[in-house]
Design a protein around this ligand. Structure first.
Ligand code: NAP
Length: 268
């Protein structure tokens, strides 16, 4: 199936590693022009190098460019979105809203400052990125996908900041799906389960330290709870995200799409 992304302008925040990078890769492999960003200049340079065409077997990869970005910072977001317009023109066809994860830990570990910082990272980052991108998204309509977590349906032990704040972002996406529909802008959320990324490696190590289990035991326990009995490959998430961001999902808006190998057990 052709996803209809050839030559489209696509922006992916927090995309120099993990799920964001995998999404950028899937979009570029479909021929989209992709704009990526992250805080660490070395990681950004490595990601741009990894995504330089021709990295896909079909040789139809789109352009991949990027700039430094801290999604916790309003000025940085503004400059990053402006940079995309300079590179590809004013229209935005797809926007993936990602951020780094907040620190793990129980409720008693976090003071007001920690909550404020995580609010800036997860909630305000989405508000600001979508607000800055709205003029571009309104040029010819577009698709926004907000990266969330299965924790919005089933809170994950030891992740109180993520469990709480991500629900606000999914509610924002649902609200915007109605408000922005007249502009031809679709807004959906993606809920990843457990993918093999640097973040999950760090979380597994933190759980091992807290529980006295080995990292392998922690992973075995996590895998056992997933219907497919394995962590996802980030590319499996990237392909789902690229589809949701593409015209191929044209009748979907306001949805929370779970990509979790069957870890959630509820019917709904
Ligand atoms: N992996 C999973 O299975 C999973 C499951 C559920 C939810 N999630 C959530 O999905 C998001 C991505 O997860 P991941 O596993 O891909 O994380 P990851 O492996 O840690 O990668 C995070 C990426 O975001 C960038 N980033 C972090 N903070 C940033 C900031 N303030 N501004 C701009 N870029 C930033 C990082 O680069 P720099 O550090 O250089 O900025 C890196 O490129 C996280 O919020 C995570 O909690 C992941």
């Amino acid at each position: 199936m052709d996803l209809g992304l050839q030559g489209k302008t696509t922006l992916v925040t927090a995309s120099t590693d993990g799920l964001g990078l995998a999404t950028a890769k899937a979009l570029a492999a479909e021929g989209a022009n992709v704009w990526i960003g992250g805080r660490d200049p070395g990681r950004l340079a490595a990601a741009l190098e990894a995504l330089r065409p021709p990295f896909d077997e079909d040789g139809r990869a789109g352009r991949v460019e990027g700039a430094g970005l801290d999604v916790s910072d309003a000025a940085s977001i503004r400059a990053w979105v402006a940079g995309a317009a300079e590179a590809y023109g004013p229209a935005i066809d797809a926007l993936a809203v990602n951020a780094g994860g907040p620190p793990p830990g129980p409720f008693v570990d976090f003071d007001d400052a920690a909550w404020q910082k995580s609010f800036e990272l997860l909630v305000l980052s989405a508000v600001r990125t979508i607000r800055e991108s709205l003029p571009g998204l309104s040029v010819r309509g577009g698709s926004v996908a907000v990266f969330s977590s299965t924790s919005v349906k089933e809170p994950i032990d030891g992740l109180v900041l993520s469990n709480s704040l991500r629900s606000a972002v999914v509610a924002l996406a649902k609200t915007l799906s109605v408000e922005l529909a007249p502009k031809g802008v679709r807004v959906n959320s993606l809920a990843p389960g457990r993918f093999s990324t640097g973040r999950v490696e760090r979380l597994d190590r933190a759980t091992a330290e807290r529980s006295g289990l080995s990292v392998d035991q922690v992973r075995d326990r996590s895998r056992a709870a997933i219907a497919l009995k394995r962590y996802g490959d980030p590319d499996e998430f990237g392909r789902a995200a690229a589809w949701l961001l593409s015209p191929a999902s044209s009748y979907l808006t306001g949805q929370l799409v779970t990509v979790d190998g069957g870890s959630l057990r509820g019917t709904w």
